[in-house]
Design a protein around this ligand. Sequence first.
Ligand code: MN
Length: 375
Amino acid sequence: MLILHISDTHLGKRQYSLAEREKDIYNTFSQLIDIAIKEHVDAVIHSGDLFDVSNPSTNAIVEAVRNLKRLKEAGIPFLSIPGDHDRPKRSGFLVPHSILLEMDLIKMMTYEKPYTLGNLEIYGIPHIPTISKTALKEILSSLKPTSHRSILLLHQGVKQMLPYESSWQLELGDLPKGFGYYALGHIHTRWKLIQEDGSIIAIAGSPDIMREEEIEGYENFGKGAYLVDFSKELPNLQQINIKIRKQKVVVINTKDLKNEIEKIKNEIKNENEKPIIHIILRGETIRKDLLNRELLVLNDNVLYYRIYKDETSQSINNITYTLPQEKGLDKIILEYLTKYEKFNEDEANLILQMIKNVDSEETVIEILKKISGVD
Ligand SMILES: [Mn+2]
């Protein structure tokens, strides 16, 4: 039994509002489907964030349908769960997967009853928000796979990789024992762990670079899919990489602006596809119009460039100061709520979650109930 594990395809995402980037994302999905067909896998498992938003554009739906049809024609089922991006923000709305379900192009995995593929058991839990992480724990502890020939699909933040406030819903130790393969989504950088009992926990990652934070992971581990071989008692994992548009973080010192820009231009001129450049600006502060004029020469060789971090110093009467970079917005908000508004830590955390989920009616109501003590 051969399985292709993919995740976080974010169909419809249009990074920096560029049509080229929307196409790139479709192209990565199409490459993954090609791999599934070429490798004659028995199923593709998708661990969430199939679409970028819960009400995707017609373009995104057409791309999904077109590729999933090819997969269906090859006799390969597509087994999935919704991620946080797929989740409608208001109650009473369907996840976009519903269209594909109606067309019999995908199967939805649940935790109530496993889907069976030959002698393989597959469970899945749709993304559960941080506010309900106790419910998630309960579901996890209720799962009892019959053997290691089993898969659990999850789309959650894992504390060990995302230790920030309210960004994780489970710890690795919360995963129920007994599964052969834990197929995780949500975190965009690839990661895998072979446990003592031979089972594998694997984060497939996103197949394209959706945020600059993913560049380091891409340079170290590549992007693509995991091919999971279940022909033996325990699964065996093989990493498959796909070709994607390059993205680079570069440092430009304003002291030597012209030369530094020229250097970057030379470094990237031989790329097949125009890359995306994220610039960290250092040195003395420079007028934005002057900077932009110099940067214009990059346009021949890059698809897009942006100032990612401005670390230039400002000098006043010989005193140099640098703006703080370390303090996250979450911390600033929490500090304000506890120090100035005198909320306790739990309340402050709930309010922060409410701010983060302000577009989800359901979640806001849930949090309000908690704060007011009705729940
Ligand atoms: Mn995602």
